[in-house]
Design a protein around this ligand. Structure first.
Ligand code: GLY
Length: 219
């Protein structure tokens, strides 16, 4: 859904996510949905979190369709995974083709990840079991709330995303308080000085990367 596409190979170091790495494309990527049948539901939900992230970035209709299917599916393994994974791969490939080295548009793919990584850092420090997909779904909800608060998204956008995510079984309530998360953001090695590139949601299917000062992040 995400990491297999775009040739980013990162490793964690000293408690920081993907802080060292290379850009190197694979010869091919295979989508093998039979493999998904071997995964526990929690892992499938991690995938759903990244799928919905990609649709919020670039395809409103796919987002609505996916939420309807994931939210109403009695059995998560009965979902038409190939269709959604291919759509997400297409959106991501397009973005990566325009900005392979991550200088601009590719940063959109970090939607939910500033707070997501902060949540993962807090979870590691507090010994709490939170998966990457769970941290990302919480991070997207925070990004949506911040976008709404700053007048970038229209009123109701965050509420809709929160409701949709919950209906798909995703975690939406931030696991840590804002003060703790802000401290973790301050320790984010990828930020520039007092500000960071943050992915705001303008609408479902439309995001924008803007610099925000840490002190202006208030919810
Ligand atoms: N996972 C984000 C990217 O590949 O840029």
């Amino acid at each position: 859904v995400d990491a297999s596409i775009g040739g980013k190979n990162g490793v964690n170091h000293n408690g920081f996510k993907n802080i060292i790495g290379t850009f190197c494309l694979p010869e091919f990527v295979r989508i093998n949905t039979a493999f998904l049948e071997t995964l526990p539901v929690r892992e499938l939900r991690n995938g759903i979190s990244e799928l919905l992230k990609t649709f919020i970035i670039g395809n409103r209709a796919a987002y609505s369709e996916a939420v309807t299917e994931f939210g109403h599916s009695e059995n998560i393994s009965g979902i038409s995974w190939v269709q959604y994974i291919s759509m997400a791969a297409g959106i991501k490939s397009q973005i990566v083709e325009n900005d392979f080295r991550d200088g601009g548009e590719r940063k959109k793919l970090n939607l939910g990840h500033s707070f997501g990584h902060a949540i993962e850092r807090c979870a590691a420090a507090e010994n709490v079991d939170i998966s990457h997909g769970e941290a990302v779904s919480m991070g997207i909800v925070i990004a949506a709330r911040l976008s709404e608060k700053m007048g970038i998204a229209s009123s109701g956008t965050a509420g809709r995303i929160e409701k949709d995510f919950a209906s798909c079984g995703l975690v939406t309530k931030p696991a840590f308080g804002m003060e703790m998360l802000q401290d973790a953001l301050r320790n984010d090695k990828k930020r520039n000085g007092d500000s960071l590139d943050f992915v705001f949601i303008r609408d479902i299917g439309d995001v924008s990367v803007r610099k925000i000062r840490l002190e202006d992040i208030r919810l």
